[in-house]
Design a protein around this ligand. Structure first.
Ligand code: FEO
Length: 402
C-alpha cells in the first residue's frame, strides 16, 4: 500500500522507513530506525529527486506509481549516489524507460561503477546549472564531500525548496511525521541528528562550511534532506548546530568522561571525579564506559561537550584497546578543539596516560591537554586523591578562561 506525504502543493515525499536494519552502513546502530527520503515533483514534467535504499524499494515504487497517477516519469535527479539513495535507480529505469537522469559527472561515473546501465539516459549538470521543468526552476549546486565527492544539492527557486542530500539529515524513522514541527526535535531527535552528522559527515567540516556559505545566499523555505524530517521553519536552530559541528566547536560547556575499566577501579575514580565536579557546581557531566557504549555514541557526545576526560587502564603496555579504538575514530572524524583531562591506571607498568597524550598531541589537531592529571597504580587511594581535586580545579579554571 502506498504511503506518501504532501510537502507542498505539487511536491510529495515518496520515501520510506526501515526499522529492520540494525546497523547503518553496517557499523552505526540505529535503534530508532532510519528514513530514506525521496521527493516527487508534479510539474509540466515529472521529476523524482533521488531514490531509496534497496530495503524499502517496493514501498518506494508503490509510492511513486501512486503519485504519478498514470503519468510517465520524465526526470530523475540524483543528488547523492551512495547506495542508500541510489540503489533503486535500476528499478526506476525498468518501470520508466523514458526517464532522463540528471546528476554530476562523478555521480554518473559511480552509476557505472555500481553496474547500472544508464548509457544514453543521463544529463550531466555542474555548479550553477539550472533547468526549468514547467513552473519550477531548479538550480544545481555542487556539494563535494557532503558526504561523497559526487554530491550536489538542488534548489527549487520557485518555492524555495532545498533538496539537501545528506546535509541536515538524521538517523531515526519518521513513522508518519514528516515535518520538523510535527516532532519535538530538540527533545527526541537532536541526539540522533548529531550522531548521524558527526559519524557520517563529521570528517568533512570544511566542506560543510562551504555548503553552508552557499546556502546562506538562498531564500530557503523548505529543507528536504535524504534522511529524517523535512524542515519548514526554525532554520536558525538547525543551521546553528551545523555551523558548530562543522567548525568543531562544542555545543555546550560541560564534561564528557569516557573511561576504560577492567575491574572497576578506574570506574571508581571517574565516579569520584564526577562527584567532585558536581559538588563544585559543574553538573553538565556525561559519563560513558567505552566498553559498553558504541563508539558512534561516544563520537557524538565528544562533538557536543567542551571538555573530555579520558580515563584508561593500561593494557599490554598500551592504551586499553576499546579506548584506543575511540581515539582512532576521533582522529578519523577530524575532531579537534577540545580540552582534555587524563586519568591513567596500571598495576605494573602504567603507560596509558603518556600514550593517550602522545596520541592527542601528535595525531590530532588543537587538543589542549590539562597539566593536572591523575596517575593511579591499580586504584585511587589517599595518596593520589588530591590529583583528582587538582584535575577538577584545572577543568573549572579552563572553563572560566574559555
Ligand atoms: Fe545517506 Fe551518504 O548517504
Amino acid at each position: 500500500m502506498y504511503c506518501v506525504r504532501k510537502v507542498v502543493d505539487d511536491l510529495y515525499w515518496v520515501g520510506g522507513n526501515d526499522h529492520r536494519l540494525a546497523l547503518f552502513e553496517n557499523i552505526h546502530p540505529i535503534p530508532r530506525g532510519v528514513s530514506y527520503n525521496s521527493y516527487l515533483l508534479l510539474d509540466e514534467k515529472t521529476v523524482l529527486f533521488d531514490t531509496v535504499d534497496w530495503s524499502i524499494c517496493r514501498q518506494f515504487l508503490e509510492n511513486v506509481e501512486h503519485v504519478l497517477d498514470g503519468r510517465d516519469l520524465d526526470y530523475l535527479v540524483i543528488n547523492h549516489m551512495e547506495p542508500d539513495h541510489g540503489a533503486s535507480i535500476e528499478e526506476i529505469l525498468l518501470r520508466y524507460p523514458n526517464v532522463t537522469i540528471i546528476s554530476t559527472e562523478k555521480s554518473i561515473m559511480l552509476m557505472h561503477q555500481f553496474g547500472f546501465d544508464v548509457d544514453d539516459k543521463t544529463m550531466t549538470v555542474k555548479e550553477g546549472d539550472s533547468f526549468r521543468f514547467g513552473k519550477h526552476n531548479i538550480v544545481f549546486v555542487e556539494a563535494p564531500m557532503v558526504h561523497w565527492p559526487e554530491a550536489m544539492v538542488s534548489f527549487d527557486t520557485t518555492d524555495g525548496i532545498l533538496f539537501s542530500a545528506d546535509a541536515f539529515g538524521s538517523f531515526g524513522a519518521l513513522d508518519g511525521k514528516l515535518f520538523n514541527d510535527e516532532v519535538n526535535f530538540d527533545r527526541d531527535w537532536i541526539d540522533d541528528a548529531r550522531r548521524y552528522y558527526t559519524n557520517i559527515v563529521g570528517k568533512y567540516g570544511p566542506h560543510v562550511q562551504a555548503l553552508l556559505k552557499k546556502a546562506s545566499t538562498l531564500d530557503i523555505h523548505y529543507i528536504c534532506p535524504l534522511h529524517g524530517p523535512v524542515w519548514r521553519n526554525d532554520f536558525g536552530y538547525l543551521l546553528d548546530k551545523y555551523d558548530k559541528w562543522s567548525r568543531y566547536e562544542p555545543e555546550t560547556c560541560g564534561v564528557m568522561i569516557a573511561y576504560a575499566s577492567m575491574y572497576g577501579n578506574t570506574e571508581s575514580a571517574v565516579q569520584v571525579l564526577a562527584a567532585k565536579l558536581a559538588e563544585k557546581g559543574m553538573t553538565n557531566i556525561a559519563l560513558y564506559d567505552v566498553s559498553n557504549t558504541h563508539v558512534s555514541y561516544l563520537i557524538s557526545e565528544t562533538f557536543k561537550y567542551s571538555h573530555i576526560v579520558l580515563a584508561s587502564v593500561t593494557y599490554n603496555l598500551g592504551i586499553y584497546p576499546v579506548m584506543h579504538d575511540y581515539l582512532m575514530h576521533m582522529k578519523a572524524l577530524n575532531l579537534q578543539k577540545r580540552t582534555v583531562g587524563i586519568i591513567e591506571n596500571g598495576s605494573w607498568a602504567p603507560k596509558s596516560g603518556s600514550l593517550m597524550k602522545e596520541f592527542l598531541d601528535e595525531e590530532m589537531k588543537q587538543m589542549s591537554i590539562l597539566n593536572s592529571e591523575v596517575n593511579m597504580i591499580s586504584a585511587l587511594n589517599d595518596n593520589n586523591a588530591n590529583e583528582v581535586d587538582n584535575l577538577v580545579e584545572s577543568i573549572l579554571d579552563s572553563m572560566k578562561e574559555a
